[in-house]
Ligand binder design. Structure first.
Ligand SMILES: [Fe+2]
Ligand SMILES: [Fe+2]
Length: 294
């Protein structure tokens, strides 16, 4: 059994996860268009096919595939992600210019899915270029990105539940508030860089975020199960409920991975020296776990 190349494993993991996400975005956008928007519906169908094919291809590669093959695959997928990003931004423009009156895609949802496409594209570019963020930067950047994604999800859920589901709507609004607060905290930590790059602060930051993401994840799972069993009133597609659940799971995996690397760092040097920051040597990034986006 050959040892899988870290670059290959990382690339395929990103592509397997995000290509399914992009495929599902195409479906959600399509469902939100009006029946007369046949051109947009066709474009959405086109992207569904593109990402379905990419997803299948990503699952078909053996672990010992040549890294050069994956490097080329990443370029191809990156281009597809750029194209769906442009499509989503075009749709956002049409909605904001009131060109699709009566459509059912919220502008924030379209913007949100375009941010995810942009994230996906950047991840692949970083993997191919071997650009590694130092661990503290990766921790802050990744959390700023995902906390906003989680806050958006809570907002979408509260708006797509039937207004008569008062308790669930209140719960979703509560999550929206909590995640907005966590996002502000993350941005505060971001603006305090590099002085905020201390192990205790980053560790506490991850702990706090994990607790909230776990409870949002559980809420999404419950909502998904209730929707699938037709026990609650909403206009949430069961696949959308599952989709947001999977994105929360992804965020939790990333938090846990960071936590693991942070404890390794902590074990290695009990007391990080202040001067290490200036040298850019502080808590160094761990190859294979770099995460960066704009
Ligand atoms: Fe998504
Ligand atoms: Fe999302």
């Amino acid at each position: 059994m050959p040892v899988p190349d870290a670059f290959v494993a990382r690339s395929l993991d990103e592509i397997r996860f995000w290509s399914r996400i992009m495929k599902e975005h195409s479906l959600f956008l399509k469902l939100g268009f009006r029946c007369e928007d046949t051109q947009l519906i066709q474009e959405a169908n086109y992207f569904y096919g593109v990402f379905e094919q990419i997803e299948q291809q990503a699952h078909a590669y053996p672990v010992n595939v040549d890294p050069q093959t994956i490097r080329a695959f990443n370029v191809q997928v990156q281009s597809a992600a750029s194209h769906i990003w442009a499509f989503k931004r075009k749709v956002l423009g049409l909605i904001l210019h009131c060109q699709l009156p009566g459509g059912n895609n919220f502008p924030l949802l379209v913007d949100h899915t375009s941010r995810e496409a942009n994230y996906f594209r950047n991840r692949l570019a970083e993997l191919n270029e071997g650009r590694l963020d130092p661990l503290p930067d990766a921790i802050i950047n990744e959390n700023v990105f995902f906390l906003r994604i989680m806050a958006d999800h809570a907002k979408f859920i509260s708006h797509l539940l039937d207004p008569s589901e008062r308790q669930l709507v209140d719960q979703a609004r509560g999550f929206s508030y909590d995640f907005d607060q966590l996002l502000f905290q993350a941005r505060d930590l971001e603006s305090m860089r590099p002085q905020s790059h201390t192990v205790p602060l980053l560790d506490q930051f991850l702990d706090q975020n994990r607790v909230s993401v776990q409870s949002l994840r559980d809420f999404k799972r419950t909502a998904r199960d209730l929707i699938e069993a037709c026990r609650i009133k909403s206009i949430i597609h069961p696949l959308l409920a599952d989709h947001t659940f999977r994105e929360a799971e992804r965020f939790l995996e990333i938090i846990d991975a960071f936590e693991g690397h942070l404890s390794l760092v902590q074990g290695a040097s009990k007391e990080p020296r202040e001067d290490e920051e200036q040298e850019g040597q502080g808590i160094q990034g761990v190859p294979g776990l770099q995460d960066h986006h704009h």
